[in-house]
Design a binder for this molecule. Structure first.
Ligand SMILES: *[C@@H]1O[C@H](CO)[C@@H](O)[C@H](O)[C@H]1NC(C)=O
Ligand SMILES: *[C@@H]1O[C@H](CO)[C@@H](O)[C@H](O)[C@H]1NC(C)=O
Ligand SMILES: *[C@@H]1O[C@H](CO)[C@@H](O)[C@H](O)[C@H]1NC(C)=O
Ligand SMILES: *[C@@H]1O[C@H](CO)[C@@H](O)[C@H](O)[C@H]1NC(C)=O
Length: 583
């Protein structure tokens, strides 16, 4: 099968009035503004970026005593780093703080950061996330300067060293100022280090997508004087697949480069599928990032390197011949005659390739697309169709998401939920449900809202006729209090094994709910007898005050003995008030 696709627009067309700046990965721009001239209530930074590098700093603001705000591209995702106080190295502000994914795809992406005091809103390609800084990062605490493309804070100690941005920025706006326009005018407030240019004219590299297991790209080898070399970058989520095989003449050995368990495996075989003397390189290469592979054949040595790391080499018994006419086949099935889905387990690369070079000559994919070079099936030339199926994360209740080219999976281990998206609770919603299952009294996990957001928690189920759900707290032991008064009151805090939300959900499902607070006293007044001011109380879940204790009634201002009239001294409504020396 052949699919021809019309070439997409390679050059981005800028709307009138747009300004661009190109950073080469070593340069940066610092903008210094006059402090408090306009005293903005909030700072607003907006820009667009385009890059093929997965790491780099977009902008940075430095504050007093090492505070700062940094927006950084890490592994193709945007992270907002807020360093505060004496924290020397900033850490991503918690898991899930990343926005976007696969942003190193040479397409324009928009960023909007609004920042007011502790509140930060970050919007990437229209998707917003709210952050809360630990300290107050208002414009009063931040230096009146901002650097783009890297961290440039002259006169300040460099708190951390990160990669500079390598790519283009467009329409950089800081609180209404057009920064690129100011840089072009060479105003003194703008300081540029390194080399920048005011156009984004780098050649766009053309990726190619291997859409199905049967997708392949066959390219003729270029006979070299001294061995041969092949290099390319690949990007995939699949942990296994056939990346490259040589297409030899009858009788010669076949070179096989496969991905297996996320590592590269290089082998030399005599018959298809039978790898002899293979070596592995790299690990976790199915992480959706671009990885650079280079393969060299020299004499009887066959070597592979991944991402510039040390080479893994095969020493063959005989020299590995690279005769003219040898072709390279990327992806596809073995044997090559099998259909769109590979028959043998070895085969089927799904992902993207770019920057393919054979003997140091970059392969022109346009010629391939036009049928003038090699041949292919089921490819999408000129774009990479990779998707991040874990963004947004459809795994519920904290399940970990992983993916292949075609699907995502949730690892629900230790979440208390199961199912494809960790949606179904492993636990019953109440003790009653456990009783229906015939379970005896004991400690159970209950999940009062089932698949809802509340996590399951442990509770004691007392399987009487109508079962009781007993929720414990850490204050059930008697605490002896001596000599508390208005100036130094005694305060007891109870911590339940369930959160307030979990307690409310449990109470909401119950027909009857009770708790008992016992207060034993001797020579103690519960109320000031003169004006009835309570001297002891407890605080309910809505923060309301209650002055009665176990067995009494709200607002009775009496102990149980006062309610039923059995107090030792009928003049008092409580035995504690009566001045007796007994509990
Ligand atoms: C962030 O967004 C929310 C909701 O749109 C808005 O109420 C809030 O004012 C924004 N905060 C800032 C600092 O812009
Ligand atoms: C193109 O495919 C044909 C078979 O479909 C094959 O014989 C030929 O060698 C291929 N060309 C290259 C350059 O690989
Ligand atoms: C269970 O309930 C019964 C009857 O109310 C009670 O006697 C017993 O103490 C309870 N058991 C526990 C462990 O709470
Ligand atoms: C219960 O635990 C909380 C939080 O750890 C603590 O503040 C409180 O003092 C504890 N209460 C008792 C009565 O031990």
């Amino acid at each position: 099968m052949r699919i021809m696709l019309i070439l997409g627009t390679i050059c981005a067309i800028f709307s009138a009035g747009s300004e661009v700046i190109d950073f080469d990965g070593k340069s940066s721009l610092l903008y210094r503004f006059v402090k408090n001239t306009r005293s903005p209530v909030k700072d607003v930074i907006s820009l667009k970026f385009k890059t093929m590098q997965n790491d780099g700093i977009l902008f940075h603001r430095e504050g007093r005593s090492g505070d700062g705000v940094t927006l950084e591209l890490v592994q193709g995702k945007l992270f907002l780093l807020v360093s505060s106080g004496d924290v020397a190295t900033p850490s991503p502000s918690g898991p899930g703080s990343a926005l976007g994914s696969l942003l190193d795809d040479q397409q324009w992406h928009s960023v909007l950061l609004e920042h007011s005091g502790q509140h930060v809103n970050l919007t990437v390609d229209g998707r917003s996330r709210q952050f809360r800084a630990w300290g107050d990062l208002s414009h009063k605490d931040l230096d009146p300067e901002i650097s783009f493309g890297g961290i440039l804070a002259p006169g300040k100690p460099v708190t951390f060293q990160r990669k500079n941005f390598d790519g283009c920025l467009e329409n950089v706006n800081f609180n209404g100022e057009d920064i690129i326009d100011l840089a072009k005018q060479d105003v003194p407030q703008v300081l540029i280090t390194g080399t920048v240019s005011f156009s984004c004219s780098r050649p766009q590299t053309m990726p190619v997508t291997f859409l199905s297991a049967g997708s392949h790209l066959a390219l003729p080898g270029i006979p070299g004087h001294d061995g041969a070399s092949v290099s390319f970058q690949f990007q995939t989520w699949n942990s296994a697949g056939l990346l490259l095989s040589s297409w030899p003449q009858q009788g010669s050995r076949r070179l096989l480069l496969t991905l297996s368990d996320g590592a590269l495996r290089l082998g030399l075989s005599s018959s298809p599928g039978q790898a002899q003397s293979d070596v592995t390189a790299g690990a976790g290469l199915n992480d959706g990032q671009w990885h650079l592979v280079s393969l060299t054949v020299k004499g009887n040595q066959l070597s592979v390197t991944v991402d510039h790391n040390q080479a893994a080499t095969i020493h063959a018994a005989l020299p590995v011949e690279t005769p003219a006419g040898v072709a390279y086949r990327f992806g596809g099935c073995l044997p090559p005659s099998s259909g769109p889905e590979c028959e043998s387990s070895l085969g089927g690369f799904q992902g993207c390739l770019r920057l393919i070079s054979i003997n140091a000559q970059e392969v022109d994919l346009i010629s391939v697309q036009q049928g003038m070079l090699g041949n292919f099936s089921n490819l999408q030339i000129d774009s990479c169709g990779i998707l991040d199926r874990c963004l947004p994360n459809h795994c519920e209740h904290g399940g970990r998401c992983s993916q292949t080219w075609t699907a995502f999976y949730c690892d629900c281990t230790s979440t208390g939920y199961a199912g494809a998206t960790c949606h179904h609770s492993l636990y019953e919603q109440s003790c009653e449900a456990y009783k229906h299952r015939g379970s005896p009294s004991g400690l159970y996990h209950i999940d009062p809202d089932g698949s809802g957001p509340l996590e399951p928690f442990p509770a004691f189920c007392n399987m009487t006729d109508v079962p009781w759900t007993v929720l414990r707290h850490n204050g059930s032991a008697f605490t002896r209090v001596k000599g508390a008064d208005w100036e130094s009151p005694h305060r007891a805090v109870f911590q339940y094994t369930a959160s307030p939300e979990q307690l409310l959900a449990t109470i909401g499902r119950a027909r009857h709910c009770q708790q008992e607070l016992e207060f034993h006293c001797r020579r103690f007044r519960l109320w000031d007898t003169r004006d009835g001011t309570p001297l002891s109380w407890w605080v309910g879940r809505a923060n309301e005050m209650h002055t009665y204790w176990g067995g009494s009634l709200p607002d009775a201002q009496k102990c149980p003995c006062g309610v039923v009239g059995t107090c030792i001294n009928s003049r008092y409504h409580c035995n504690c008030d009566a001045g007796w020396d007994e509990w």
